[in-house]
Design a protein around this ligand. Sequence first.
Ligand code: AMP
Ligand code: MG
Length: 305
Amino acid sequence: MGTLVRITVYCTTPDEARAAFRDGFDRIRELDDALSDYKPESELRQITTRALGRPVRVSEDLFRVLQASQRLAEETGGAFDVTEGPVVRLWREARKTGHAPNDEALADAGARSGFEKLHLDAGARTVMVDDAGMALDVGAIGKGYAASEALGSIGKRGIRSALVAVSGDLAFSNAPPGQSGWRIQIHSEDEAALGVPSKVELTNRAVSTSGSSEQHLDVDGRRYSHVIDPVSRMGLVSDITVTVVAPHGLEADGLDTAASVLGAERGLALIESHRDASGLIVERTHSATTALASTRFRKLLEFKH
Ligand code: AMP
Ligand code: MG
């Protein structure tokens, strides 16, 4: 998935640790083969040609990720949309060249995108796409999914305290020995003025963060995020960072990106509407930095430092 994965385990012997790492990374490799946008031979890359105009059965992993994605697309009116692959690729190229994509290329890529062109059948576990030239990109949701799934594989071995970090997407089980939770930094210390503690202490959760500051393109004094708005086909220009906590990374990772595109207020409402999720949205403008915490996120912040 074009990123770095780090696994931490607490156990009693080096052999146990090595076996746990093997299990975790085996699961990551399996998911990379299914979900990577960077590997031409991945199931995800192949499916848009194989399933053109006809339903094709896919792996359980790919189906789960696409099903969660389509639900989010419907909930957000297409603000979250994994079929924007052609548009996302143009912006990825733009970050390499330093030039924003031109209107014509964006219009062409946009015409090959749209979640209503992707059809799933849960009973048969099949996928079908309507248009040639479509491309799926699950970069907004697959890393969180992978983190929680790798953690699950490690847990099967009986290891009770572990952390998997797929770049910024974290999944962890019970607290490290002698501690009451994993301490997760949710924003930088220098933003303490926000009135929100910079760390939360959690167990058995997934935490994902989506931020425009991570990867971006600067042109003519504007900063375009790697997250795109499917309506304008442009990288987001608002400076927004969304952190979501949920039982599984499939939910946390999808929601952080979806809320970024929707913007602070609608993004917060989306997070509130997911019963098991909670989130923090930090937005910076030239004059102020504001933080919005969901109801359940405020409860998480009540831990003892
Ligand atoms: P994240 O860091 O979780 O916010 O994911 C960002 C990645 O999601 C980008 O690098 C793209 O691959 C993909 N992406 C960008 N915009 C969207 C969007 N509107 N809906 C779904 N995926 C997107
Ligand atoms: Mg995400």
